[in-house]
Design a protein around this ligand. Structure first.
Ligand SMILES: [Zn+2]
Length: 276
């Protein structure tokens, strides 16, 4: 059924690097990974940060395996680092399709196989037992189960892909590792996210620290996220890519301040689910 709800789960919500300790327990310390359960045979994953390892704990692999569709926003380490710690990749019953953008002539296969191999890791992704396919994004949408996934290019060092995921009735846009301020990119997101049910938006930096320290680093602030939510008239805003040095209480404060301008705002935390 086209309008049957699906559940999105945040497995990791941290930007840049994983962290641990008592001040990060509520939002969690894993780097970005999100999954959508499409039934026992299909699983959509966005990014392979360390959070992907917690998805493995929830999976039961059926006898004929699972088709994993892994949409990568980009290839920075924090978005790939969990992939070779994901046991289903070492199970020959499973099949993985990796989707990602090309950068300076380097496609998704070269980017992933180039990063996930010796001497940077003891084994190469090339040698893992699961079936693997690589699909370079070309701007056109994909169908995975009952979902339609649309990519769009936004502003970030080496580029980043935002994804719009629709089940026919409801739509979510993920725009992480995106730095607002490039007029063409901002306009792309404004139309891409117009009227969607949920906008998941980068808010790594505070408006106080951003102008003096972090312009050009590829991330946004809560002000940027709220501006994007307002101009696209989205129904709900979820802040993600929390700074690794930010405590739970500091993220609470960021969310509270964002709510003054856009009340339907939440901060993504590990285990948070959105049914849509
Ligand atoms: Zn990045």
């Amino acid at each position: 059924m086209a309008d049957q709800p699906v559940t999105l789960t945040f497995r990791g919500v941290r930007g840049s690097m994983p962290v641990s300790g008592p001040t990060t327990e509520r939002y969690g310390g894993h780097t970005l990974s999100i999954d959508i359960d499409l039934g026992t045979r299909q699983r959509l994953i966005i990014d392979g940060g360390t959070g992907i390892t917690t998805l493995a704990q929830d999976l039961v692999i059926p006898p004929d395996g699972i088709d994993f569709h892994v949409f990568l926003t980009h290839y920075h380490w924090d978005h790939l680092q969990g992939i070779l710690f994901f046991p289903p990749l070492f199970d020959e019953r499973n099949r993985f399709t990796f989707y990602g953008h090309s950068w300076e002539g380097m496609g998704v296969r070269e980017a992933v196989e180039g990063a996930l191999r010796p001497p940077w890791f003891p084994v190469s992704i090339f040698e893992t037992a699961a079936g693997k396919e690589y699909v370079d994004l070309a701007g056109s949408p994909f169908r995975v189960g009952r979902l339609t996934i649309d990519p769009a290019t936004l502003h970030h060092p080496q580029g980043v892909t935002a994804y719009r995921i629709s089940n026919g009735a409801n739509t979510i846009v993920l725009a992480t590792d995106y730095e607002r301020g490039d007029p063409a990119s901002d306009e792309t997101l404004r139309t891409f996210a117009a009227g969607v049910d949920v906008l998941i938006h980068d808010a790594q930096y505070t408006p106080d620290e951003y102008p003096s320290l972090y312009v050009g680093w590829g991330h946004s602030t809560r002000h940027h996220a709220v501006a994007a939510a307002l101009e696209s008239r989205v129904k709900r805003l979820v802040l993600v890519s929390h700074d690794p040095h930010r405590s739970d209480d500091e993220i609470d404060a960021i969310v509270a301040l964002a709510r003054e301008k856009f009340p339907a705002t939440d901060g993504a935390f590990e285990g948070m689910q959105i049914e849509f």
